[in-house]
Ligand binder design. Structure first.
Ligand code: FES
Length: 204
């Protein structure tokens, strides 16, 4: 007579349970990290703290016609990790003629220029109002920008439209930007937040 198959004992069941829980936990943590790593927005090329501006193609915008773009990145809220969340928005304003960016060398040379020289071609503003942080819209009446919260208005160059009565103590905040090395019709910005309600542009 053959001996009976031994039943799994309590310890092996607990081991299996623990192994299963660890595997599930690793999946929950690992999948967003892998998604982040393989996301093309985090490819080599842009400086690590520069983010792709989505929704703006330089060959599709016109001079003095602001276009809004979106910045996405990983966002952590408590224990929840959002691998591809909208972390900010920008206004892009073309001020001058698009430079010749027909080769990688020309893109590299353009990106090496001082920010002030790049801004003769393109200005990039955060949409966050420097007064108290509302989102600045286009001003359909004035042709520049207007904040819906306390009526601050700004020119297309981001300056206070009426400094004497403007609730904002400074103009709109520009962001550093560069041409994307993989697609010269796209830009990356150094997305930053700034203190509101003060005259000085100060990074938070
Ligand atoms: S927050 Fe924009 S005017 Fe006050």
């Amino acid at each position: 007579m053959e001996p009976a198959e031994p039943e799994p004992n309590r310890r092996s069941v607990l081991s299996l349970l623990t192994f299963g829980l660890v595997a599930i936990f690793n999946l929950i943590i690992g999948v967003p990290i892998v998604c982040y790593a393989i996301d093309p927005r985090h490819r080599k090329g842009a400086k690590s703290n520069f983010k792709l501006v989505e929704g703006v193609k330089l060959n599709e915008i016109g001079e003095n016609t602001p276009v809004q773009g979106v910045i996405r990145d990983v966002r952590v809220d408590g224990w929840t990790l959002y691998p591809n969340d909208v972390i900010g928005r920008v206004w892009v304003v073309q001020k001058g003629t698009q430079p010749d960016l027909s080769s990688a060398d020309k893109v590299t040379a353009f990106n090496a220029k001082e920010q002030s020289l790049k801004e003769a071609y393109l200005l990039v503003f955060t949409t966050i109002c420097p007064h108290l942080g509302c989102s600045v819209n286009l001003d359909s009446a004035g042709g520049g920008f207007a904040c819906p919260c306390h009526s601050a208005t700004f020119t297309l160059a981001g300056a206070q439209a009426v400094p004497a009565t403007n609730p904002a103590k400074r103009g709109m905040d520009t962001l550093e930007w560069e041409i994307d090395s993989a697609d010269p019709n796209r830009i990356n910005v150094k997305y930053q937040n700034f203190s509101t309600s003060i005259a000085e542009k100060k990074t938070i």
